[in-house]
Design a protein around this ligand. Structure first.
Ligand code: SAH
Ligand code: SF4
Length: 423
């Protein structure tokens, strides 16, 4: 079943049009609507003949994303959109608008920016203990078309979502930082990144892919000819702590992760940002900051010799069931994390800066509507629905992790997602 019209390539569009008895130039028109105009709804493709529009709408009636809920926050500068996917699952996308000169490191700049944060999976199998998406578990992979369609739908909605004339009127950036681990779904991630570049005309530097640290994914990124930005979620500077926060660290510990990043920097000469979610009493001590800085300081851009790492601090955003401030946090996955104090953030930032590594603190966006980093969950999926493998029910034994993959602290419902990791 085609999940999105964006899953069809040029040849398939031509075949569709021919099947409908229409001349070939209709395929070019269709493709212009999809990519140039970012319009996924056949019925709105106003210069196509009515019969063709109706035929396409009928043929793809079950495909595509349906906007189910829209929440606005930050005075209309942040929007969270819940899209229902074909088959009943759902994902969230977040639009963050920044006026000229406004915003955090991603948003600040001489021009207004509109960044959309998109999802690559319904849920996530990585089980990071502080992340709402991870706590919810994994439901299914998105197709490349479903990833692209999030951008298309947000794009077409943008004019009506703008809070005022100083807000941008078109999308400028796409970040793969919503639900899911992009490199656990590499085909859809790279397929979508290429389509956004070639079809939607976004420059590769306007696209950022964030990974929890899947080494094969980082190695692939080093060889992809599309020079997108890479962000690595590190969150701890020693393996003992990172194992507890980011279970996949047991498969690719910090030394292996940094070796892959070093090779990536050598191959691409591009900088990498390291995301660090600061949690009170867990990973916000100056000892961790100093250790982190010393780990990352040797990463240099070949030629220029400048620092290749940039640390992006994200004060922890409370997740339902994840906050509470217990000192047991690292030993009690999914419970007891709390945001750091302003002083702790400042001290951490200064300790990293003292090592010479560039560091910034990300402005919290969308907290009031549960749209901030790590808060996407679901409401979006279908609560109570058992995780499935491509539509097949999982047997109790399927729920374990495959040998060789240590898996998260809590049972990982998705062995196949993990299997994909070691390829
Ligand atoms: N799976 C990818 C991308 C999605 S998560 C990854 O982990 O990188 C996007 C970012 O939000 C990651 O850096 C993630 O670690 C961070 N994050 C998750 N939960 C968070 C929380 N509760 N507070 C702050 N940041 C969080
Ligand atoms: Fe998945 Fe990223 Fe959340 Fe970890 S932080 S559970 S990898 S979405």
């Amino acid at each position: 079943m085609t999940r999105s019209l964006y899953d069809l390539d040029a040849g398939q569009l031509e075949a569709l049009v021919a099947e409908a008895g229409e001349p070939p130039y209709r395929a070019r028109q269709l493709s212009h609507w999809l990519d140039g105009r970012r319009q996924p709804d056949p019925l709105r493709m106003s210069d196509l003949p009515g019969l063709l529009r109706a035929r396409l709408a009928d043929r793809f009636a079950g495909a595509g994303l349906t906007l189910e809920r829209h929440q606005a926050g930050d005075g209309g500068w942040t929007h969270k959109l819940l899209f229902r996917l074909p088959g009943g699952d759902a994902v969230e996308s977040v639009l963050m608008l920044y006026p000229v000169g406004g915003g955090d490191r991603e948003g600040a700049g001489p021009r207004a920016r509109a960044t959309v944060c998109i999802s690559t999976q319904a849920g996530c199998a990585m089980g990071c203990t502080f992340c709402a998406t991870g706590q919810f578990g994994f439901t299914r992979q998105l197709s490349a078309g479903e990833v692209v369609e999030q951008v298309a739908r947000v794009s077409t909605m943008l004019p009506e979502l703008r809070p005022g004339p100083d807000a941008p009127d078109h999308l400028t950036n796409v970040v793969f930082m919503g639900m899911g681990e992009p490199f656990a779904n590499p085909a859809a991630t790279w397929g979508a990144a290429w389509r956004l570049h070639r079809g939607f005309g976004l420059s590769a530097r306007a696209i950022t892919i964030s990974t929890v640290g899947l080494v094969p994914g980082i190695r692939r990124a080093a060889t992809e000819p599309l020079p997108v930005n890479l962000a690595v979620s590190i969150h701890a500077a020693d393996d003992g702590l990172r194992d507890r926060l980011v279970p996949v660290n047991r498969t690719w510990p910090i030394a292996e992760l940094l070796a892959a990043v070093r090779d990536y920097v050598t191959a691409t000469r591009r900088r990498v940002s390291f995301e660090y979610a600061l949690m009170a009493g867990v990973n916000d001590g100056v000892d961790q900051a100093d250790r982190l800085g010393r780990l990352l300081a040797p990463l240099r851009v070949p030629g220029s010799g400048g620092h290749a790492a940039h640390v992006n601090l994200i004060p922890y955003n409370p997740t339902p069931g994840g906050s509470g401030g217990s000192s047991l946090a690292p030993r009690s996955p999914g419970a007891g994390f709390a945001p750091p104090s302003k002083g702790a953030v400042r001290r951490f930032r200064d300790a990293v800066a003292a090592t010479g590594v560039p560091v910034s603190v990300r402005a919290n966006r969308g907290v009031g509507i549960d749209a901030a980093c790590g808060q996407l969950r679901t409401s979006a999926g279908r609560p109570g629905r058992p995780p499935t493998t491509g539509g097949l029910p999982l047997s109790p034994t399927d729920r374990g992790t495959p040998s060789g993959f240590p898996g998260p602290l809590r049972p990982d419902p998705r062995p196949h997602a993990a299997t994909e990791l070691r390829r």
